[in-house]
Design a protein around this ligand. Structure first.
Ligand code: PLP
Length: 390
């Protein structure tokens, strides 16, 4: 079946009748700006998801829902089929987002004053988790590429050096936002040994794991690859990035260990709102019938990545680690002559909105979202060429 990833969809003035459906991506900046920042894509969700939503909307009654057993089964099947990990329906705690889940993990699994460790650069909310929960913020840096084309790497020595007796929880991102890195077995093995050695717990944010871009690549959930970690790990998944459903606020914490799960779920009581009934319908349709669309999406993202790699090659002083996953590209602009905020310079001079590396803990970098139609990506590249090309 052919899916349309080519026709741009109007997101600034989406409703011909004039209703306002503002999006974070398209309404933060002025009409003249092309937004390639926040991580949502400019594509409609899979037709199977839209059909399922239409049927649910037509019912007309949107009272409190329950997580359907069929959704739990759908995630079990997705996990077995795509990651070779047999999970049980009971291990799943559905909640309205991965960021709230990181926060819950902090509150449920650590005590005040204990350390929460993460690695930079990183998706900005990771950097706020400790402060927001009254815990000690601890950070280590990934090893940056030493030559163009090299990947960002896990620096185990730096990570270990950042661990203190207070350290309790590691916030891990796998695959990694913003570098697009898919961690290799050697890195994961080293990480697993370190987690055990220091008796840590892990919140493993695997939100981007269905978007591995290399042909034949297969995601290995941390908890599945290292069974010893299964009792220490909260794995966070959602259909939101893969199927472009972020506004339907539906995610899942998979927690095999009964005691860890009990603590996590107890922390949610009274705070976590009931699940979005539309989000659950969309998630189930995506996991059960979205696979052909996902395959087509991956092809589009690979093409977009190719366009971007070619463009970056013509921008002196700019380098990009090859994104192995997702639709985010992490660009080193420190030598591009754009001053202390390349993000601001490109917003003002090119009219392209990117994410500021400073928010990820690395000023001088920007993150570019290439999850858009080829037409819109080419327009943005042309604008960036005006400022960056030789
Ligand atoms: C790694 C990562 N975690 C979490 C989120 C946000 O997830 P949610 O919208 O479910 O809170 C994002 C969004 O871009 C992300 O990239």
């Amino acid at each position: 079946m052919a899916f349309d990833f080519a026709t741009p969809i109007e997101r600034r003035h989406p409703d011909p009748r004039g209703a306002d459906w503002p999006s974070q991506k398209w309404h933060r900046y002025g009409e003249e700006v092309l937004p390639l920042w926040v991580a949502d894509m400019d594509f409609a969700s899979p037709p199977a998801v839209i059909e399922a939503l239409q049927a649910r909307v037509a019912h007309g009654v949107y009272g409190y829902g329950l997580v359907p057993a069929s959704l739990r089964r759908a995630l079990c099947e997705w996990s077995a089929r795509h990651y070779d990990w047999t999970i049980l329906p009971d291990w799943q705690h559905w909640l309205p987002g991965v960021v709230p889940a990181l926060q819950v993990a902090a509150l449920a699994l650590t005590e005040p004053g204990e350390g929460i460790l993460t690695l930079t650069p990183i998706y900005p909310p990771f950097l706020k988790v400790a402060e927001r929960s009254g815990r000690l913020a601890q950070q280590a840096r990934l090893a940056e590429p030493t030559a163009p084309g090299e990947p960002w790497r896990l620096d185990l020595a730096a990570l270990e050096a950042a661990i203190t007796p207070q350290t309790r929880l590691l916030l891990w991102c796998h695959p990694h936002n913003p570098t697009g890195r898919v961690w290799c077995d050697e890195e994961l093995e080293g990480l697993a040994a370190l987690v055990e050695r220091h008796d840590l717990l892990v919140a493993s944010d695997e939100l981007h794991c269905d978007l591995l871009l290399e042909e034949g690549a297969r995601h290995r959930p941390l908890a599945a690859a290292y069974p010893a970690l299964a009792t220490r790990t909260v794995t966070l998944w959602a259909p939101s990035k893969t199927f472009n459903l972020a506004g339907l606020t539906t995610a899942c914490a998979v927690i095999p260990d009964a005691e860890l799960r009990r603590r996590f779920v107890a922390r949610c009581r009274g705070l976590q709102p009931d699940m979005n009934v539309l989000g659950m319908v969309a998630a189930e349709a995506a996991y059960t019938r979205g696979e052909p669309w996902r395959q087509a999406l991956l092809a589009v993202l690979r093409d977009n990545r190719r366009r971007l790699v070619a463009a970056v090659a013509g921008w002196p002083g700019v380098s990009m680690a090859f994104p192995e996953s997702t639709y985010l590209a992490w660009l080193d602009m420190r030598e591009a002559g754009l001053g202390d905020s390349p993000q601001r310079a490109l917003l003002e001079r090119a009219g392209v909105a990117l994410s500021d590396g400073a928010d990820f803990g690395w000023p001088g970098f920007v993150r570019l979202n290439f999850g858009t139609t080829p037409t819109q990506l080419v327009q943005a590249i042309e604008r960036l060429d005006e400022v960056l090309a030789e």
